[in-house]
Design a protein around this ligand. Structure first.
Ligand code: ACM
Length: 523
């Protein structure tokens, strides 16, 4: 009997240790203590005196706990036994803008940070612990992120998912302490953002999607966008809209052909016309309305792949006139002129431009723009952006594009010379890639982002399958210091998270049992 008890205690302690560290992304430091705190219906939430900035966080935590264990906890003013206290520290905790401390003792839980962002991250750690069990091991967590930019990009031009799905995705991003939602709202298949000054952008441009050019118009009204931006803000996430230009402009050009710069046979009306003054006025209006809807600091203006469909520029009189006036002899020069001019517009709106890595060579000032490095086959593009002094966000196709397959057995999705982004590769990123850069260049790297392109993702089921659990690995790659990353340990923690995905009803890929669910095949 004694032996059985000893074994049971050992199993409990072991399970407990794994579970206590079940937080993803892995925190900087966890000190596990003896004993536990049991959350129950009598537990109360306390917002510390003076920390009014945490009122929204209290509501969020209360909702999470209700969702997780069905308990509607009272919010009270006085600290005491059996409480969860949220507090803002006045003295600098040395944890930066997003760090936090989480203490679980016999009397309850205390989350302390210097900012509401830190408290929000502490809440997500607590939420993950409670999702696993209401019996929380006593511990002391001290945590802060490796990178300030931890992002997810969703392409809703190719296929449109709608407010409900976006809100779900935002909540799951928050669960993993991701803080930037990059929203690819315009491209050839459909224009998805209401611009009041140009109604045809949505009455005409929002019609169709990647697999059905005649599908009814789907887009976000300005009221939808406000709701989504607010939902994200409360969770500590900034929404970064992308209005792609001068290429990928097909949907806009269907609505307002007078600003089209033409395209190719395969990609008709792919570009805006960079020779017409009226194009600049039109795009300035669009960016001005867009900037007003998104309170964040950043506006993404694409800048990728213009060469796919800009050959018509050579035949347009206004483009030719502009080139002649400026002494340009190549299409690249007029593309760079366009990029510089529109970056100036964005600066004038009080925002920082973000562009795909093609914009690096445009002559834009590094103080004016941030570069997203995506062409993993062009490491020289990353070198150049860093050498020029740009801040850079890393989202190379492999391993950061989640439209690439994640397992060798998968039939649908991209590969690049047989390479794809499996869970281990995502988790290991960006080690290897960034080691060669000196300290100054490494400090220019703002963070990491996944891009979920949706040419082959039409249904929610497939969106989930391609995103989970890679999102957990991406979050750990972006948050956890290199020295703390340990793939087998991540795998152990992930097993607890897969159970949570089951509870949420997520259709995820199971890396421990690759045939557990059928691969949903996209269009
Ligand atoms: C891209 O994938 N064209 C940024």
């Amino acid at each position: 009997m004694k032996k059985i008890i000893v074994v049971l205690i050992a199993v409990w302690a072991c399970g407990n240790a794994v579970f206590a560290q079940g937080i993803i992304p892995k925190p900087e430091k966890i000190v596990l203590k003896d004993g536990k705190f049991t959350l129950n219906g009598e537990t109360k939430i306390v917002r510390a005196t003076g920390a009014e900035k945490l009122n929204e966080a209290v509501v969020l935590l209360s909702g999470y706990l209700k969702g997780s264990c069905g308990m509607k906890l009272k919010v009270v003013k006085k600290t005491g036994a059996n409480t969860i206290v949220l507090d803002l520290a006045v003295k600098d905790l040395g944890l930066g803008k997003e760090g936090y401390m989480l203490d679980v003792s016999a009397g309850g839980v205390k989350i302390t940070a210097n900012t509401k962002y830190g408290v929000l991250h502490g809440i997500q750690s607590l939420r993950q612990l409670v999702d696993a069990s209401t019996e929380i091991p006593q511990m002391s967590v001290r945590d802060k992120p490796r990178y300030g930019w931890r992002g997810l990009m969703l392409d809703e031009s190719r296929h449109f998912f709608g407010t409900g799905e976006v809100l779900k995705l935002l909540d799951r991003m928050a669960y993993y302490k991701l803080n930037r939602f990059h929203w690819h709202l315009t491209d050839a298949p459909g224009w998805r953002i209401e611009i009041k000054k140009y109604p045809k952008l949505t009455t005409v441009g929002a019609k169709g999607h990647h697999t059905d050019a005649d599908a009814p118009a789907r887009f976000y009204t300005q009221a939808d966008i406000k709701k989504i931006v607010e939902y994200a803000r409360v969770r500590g996430i900034t929404v970064v809209p992308e209005i792609d230009m001068p290429g990928h402009a097909g949907a806009a050009n269907r609505a307002y052909p007078e600003f089209s710069g033409g395209g190719s046979r395969r990609l008709p009306d792919f570009t805006f016309n960079p020779g017409k003054e009226a194009t600049y006025a039109y795009l300035t209006d669009i960016l001005t309305e867009t900037a007003g809807l998104f309170p964040g600091r950043w506006l993404h203006y694409g800048g990728d792949e213009a060469h796919y469909g800009n050959a018509k520029w050579l035949t347009l009189p206004d483009v030719q006139a502009r080139m002649k006036k400026s002494g340009y002899t190549t299409l690249l020069e007029i593309e760079h002129y366009f990029n510089r001019r529109m970056a100036g517009v964005i600066s004038g709106l009080g925002k920082t431009t973000i562009g795909w890595d093609e914009v690096t060579e445009s002559g834009i000032k590094p103080s004016q723009a941030i570069v997203m490095w995506w062409r993993h086959n062009k490491p020289e593009a990353l070198d150049s952006a860093l050498n020029k002094g740009f801040k850079v966000i890393l989202c190379p196709r492999v391993p950061c594009y989640f439209d690439f397959v994640q397992h060798s057995s998968h039939k649908c999705g991209r590969r690049w010379k047989k390479k794809f982004g499996d869970l281990r590769g995502v988790h290991a990123f960006p080690e290897g890639l960034i080691d060669k850069y000196d300290k100054k260049a490494q400090a220019q790297i703002m963070g990491i982002q996944t891009c979920v392109w949706t040419e082959k993702i039409k249904e929610v089921k497939r969106l989930e399958f391609m995103t989970f659990p890679r999102l957990a690995a991406l979050a750990e790659a972006a948050w956890t210091q290199k020295a703390n990353k340990d793939y087998p340990d991540f795998q152990k923690r992930l097993k607890t998270h897969l159970k949570q995905y089951d509870k949420w009803g997520i259709y995820y890929f199971n890396p421990f049992d690759p045939t557990a669910v059928k691969e949903p095949i996209g269009p």
